[in-house]
Design a protein around this ligand. Structure first.
Ligand SMILES: [Zn+2]
Length: 463
């Protein structure tokens, strides 16, 4: 690359003054032998980086890696390579959800006691069943259990979506997650030194992000003070870590951006984002998870149709779906106010999008009855309903979160990338809800046995 520039530059400069010499002939590209143990043919491939879909594509996969991808006629795997005909299907990269909370729900129970290895693995299977290949549990993972699970996954000894976490997130004492079950999983911080110490511990654990909560929950808890989050952000940056903030108030978001926060786990929800905040977010390259789904639920006074989605019926026990449906009656009283709040969130989202902000999927699944995996598909639908194109929504759920998570080999379908993909029965560029019409999920080139998962859930205790 450097050599090419070195050679090309003088002629490019000379060209300004009228370079008379012919450019050197393009070197003949030697045919590269593709390693492949399977080739998928005939489908549409949406690469995930915003580039146009490849129609009638072929994708060669060798072990866990994509080795070739292009129009069928341009992909030539070794003779005899087994071919799988996927004509009529659409491939997208496995989704990447940067905001979840694993482990707390089990059936109708939403308790800290459910936070076990077995239940976390069950979450990861639910994610992958829905085509989510990578998830970040954001701040509700104390201790070392998540590392054991992650380590087992890295060794190939555990299936499910790849788990990353922010470990135990940081907040004012007893002021982290909103609900009682996960609340004690956060770490209380009362001084700058303590904040720096907690960050050092998180860095040693190998967290993906540092999570902070900056919210007083409507005046009911203490808010993490600016001098404390400044110390946390500074220490995180010194250690090469990014800080993601739960935020509610516009004023806090402004100060967090000024303090150097790297990402937001929510839009602000007290009012529409003003132009100055949007500009600051773009200028500082802060990524934003719109996190629409949890807020959107509360603008309805009756149960929405999506609760009947067959994808949910396969993974969530009927009693849990009934409870979720019944919960809407409780939202009736303030549904109108919530609808106005949600409309402001949508306007903020569109302002951010128009300004070029980095929008990233973060569904907040794992909040009670906010279902792992399915919530990601709802989030995509809500992004499109708010005004994003299906392509923009898919980029926000694939290549962009991969880069923010520093997973350079995931989130995109291209040679050299992990073969993490979802096979769909319809084209999500026509209708984004097609992301739910899943006929296959592959991680590291291996097909996830969704039928076995479904059978296990059906035979189990309905969790
Ligand atoms: Zn959350």
């Amino acid at each position: 690359m450097n050599l090419l520039r070195w050679v090309a530059l003088p002629c490019a400069l000379a060209a300004v003054a009228g370079c008379g010499t012919e450019p050197p002939p393009e070197p003949e590209t030697p045919p590269v032998a593709i390693a492949a143990d399977v080739v998928y043919r005939g489908m549409r491939v949406i690469p995930g980086d915003g580039s146009p879909p490849i129609e009638a594509a072929a994708m060669a996969v060798d072990g866990p890696v994509i080795t070739a991808l292009g129009p069928q006629e341009e992909v030539a795997p070794p003779p005899g390579t087994p071919a799988v005909d996927l004509a009529g299907k659409t491939l997208i990269p496995a989704l990447i959800d940067l905001h979840g909370h694993v482990g707390f729900q089990r059936g109708l129970s939403y308790e800290a006691v459910n936070y076990t290895r077995e239940n976390i693995v069950d979450y990861l299977r639910r994610y992958v069943y829905h085509g989510v290949g990578t998830v970040v549990s954001l701040g509700t993972d104390p201790g070392g259990l998540w590392r054991e699970i992650r380590h087992a996954q890295l060794l190939g000894a555990l299936d499910g979506a790849r788990l990353h976490t922010a470990g135990s997130g940081l907040a004012a004492p007893n002021a982290g997650p909103g609900s009682p079950a996960p609340r004690p999983s956060a770490s209380g911080v009362t001084s700058e030194d303590e904040g720096r110490q907690r960050v050092a511990e998180l860095a040693d654990l190998g967290v993906a992000f540092v999570k902070i909560w900056v919210d007083d929950r409507g005046g009911t808890v203490e808010k993490l003070a600016p001098d404390l989050y400044r110390a946390i952000i500074d220490e995180a940056h010194r250690r090469g870590l990014q800080v993601v903030a739960h935020v509610y108030y516009h004023d806090d978001a402004e100060d967090l951006v000024a303090a150097g926060v790297d990402g937001f786990a929510h839009l602000v929800r007290d009012r529409e984002m003003d132009d100055a905040l949007v500009a600051a977010i773009v200028a500082r390259d802060v990524f934003v998870m719109p996190n629409l789904g949890v807020s959107e639920r509360r603008r309805h006074a009756t149960a929405p149709a999506w609760l009947q989605d067959p994808l949910l019926a396969a993974t969530v026990a009927p009693a849990v779906l009934e409870r979720a449906a019944a919960s809407y009656a409780g939202f009736a009283a303030d549904a109108r106010a919530r609808a106005a709040q949600y409309a402001a969130m949508e306007r903020s989202l569109l302002k951010l999008h128009a300004a070029g902000a980095a929008l990233v999927l973060g569904s907040d699944a794992g909040v009670q009855d906010h279902f792992p995996g399915f919530a990601a598909h709802r989030e995509l639908e809500l992004l499109v309903a708010a005004g994003l194109s299906p392509m923009d929504a898919l980029v926000a759920a694939t290549s962009r979160p991969a880069l923010r998570l520093r997973q350079i080999d995931a989130g995109r379908l291209a040679p050299g990338m992990r073969a993490d993909f979802v096979v769909l029965d319809a084209n999500p560029l026509d209708d984004i809800t097609a992301t739910r019409r899943i006929t296959g999920v592959y991680l590291d080139g291996a097909e996830v046995d969704r039928e076995a998962l479904r059978a296990a859930w059906a035979a189990g205790d309905g969790s």
